[in-house]
Design a protein. Structure first.
Length: 271
DNA sequence: AGTGCGGCCTGTCCGC
DNA sequence: TGCGGACAGGCCGCAC
């Protein structure tokens, strides 16, 4: 499942191949994604040149002079560069065909993702307008987080996964960051002691940065059909390890549900 | 405003 | 071996 590190890795992987290149055609085989892929999208993109490839949270932004293509990979999506002779598989929903040959192929078995065309300022779009700071930016710091948590009764994990608090922290890294910070996921965000925001912010940054480094190396060869992100198999310390021994103290890790999300933590190490 | 939760969707795993 | 059902997940959009 694409978390922020994988989306950023995807961005870095495709950018050199499509930046300043012209889109020859767009082929939509399955328009029923999270929101319908409109025919307008293909018409408007045709002939346009990609002027930037950026990212906001887990949204990839392909900018052209006429507008921006907004792509979200949902939880099962991927975006790969393929050659025109590549086999088309069942879940290859959208192709962006470039004039110089490569095809940017959007694949998403569960169709939780989206491919949208936005002509107005993309950052005013409802999907992007209310997003919190980037986790790896200076804007995401202890002072900010503390101020935002004030009075909040929801669990710190839920709070952390809220994209209005900070973008790019999904279930996996929320679990990992809270473990790294030694903070119990179910405690109210507004009740965290002052000093713990520093620890938490540092843990979020650390966990994401580590994943980004691993993702960057394993996904270097982007035309590799293998596709499975290697960072996912990196040493996750709590996620998916409910009932197993804590890697720090050997106590069995607890698994509970917070906000319908699987939550794993160590009762001894996280307070 | 803050909070909680239903729903979207399919691949994978489990038990029978 | 086949089959049904639970589960996983991001995150919108609604209800309270």
């Amino acid at each position: 499942m694409p978390e922020l590190p994988e989306v950023e890795t995807t961005r870095r992987g495709i950018e050199p191949h499509i930046l300043k290149h012209q889109i020859k055609a767009v082929q939509v085989r399955e328009s029923r994604l999270r929101w319908p892929v409109t025919p307008v999208l293909a018409n408007r993109l045709k002939g346009e040149v990609v002027s930037s490839v950026s990212r906001r949270g887990k949204y990839l932004l392909l900018e052209t002079a006429r507008g921006t293509l907004v792509i979200h990979l949902g939880m099962s999506g991927s975006l790969r560069l393929v050659t025109p002779d590549a086999t088309i598989n069942k879940h290859d929903h959208v192709d962006i065909v470039f004039s110089h040959g490569p095809i940017l192929r959007y694949t998403d078995p569960r169709r939780f993702g989206c491919v949208l065309w936005v002509e107005d300022n993309v950052f005013n779009h409802p999907l992007l307008r209310n997003l919190g700071p980037e986790p790896l930016s200076a804007e995401f710091n202890a002072e900010y987080l503390k101020a935002r948590a004030r009075g909040r009764k929801s669990a710190v994990k839920t709070f952390l996964m809220d994209s209005r608090t900070v973008v790019g922290v999904g279930n996996i890294y929320a679990n990992e960051a809270l473990f790294a910070a030694g903070i119990r996921p179910q405690g109210a965000a507004g009740r965290l002691a002052q000093g713990r925001f520093d620890t938490l912010v540092a843990a979020v940054k650390h966990v994401l940065q580590e994943a980004l480094m691993v993702g960057g190396t394993t996904l270097r060869d982007f035309t590799d059909s293998e596709g499975q992100p290697g960072y996912f198999s990196q040493s996750l310390r709590v996620y998916g390890r409910g009932g197993l021994a804590c890697l720090s103290c050997s106590e069995p890790l607890r698994e509970i549900r917070i906000g319908q999300r699987s939550t794993v933590f160590c009762r001894a190490c996280q307070r």
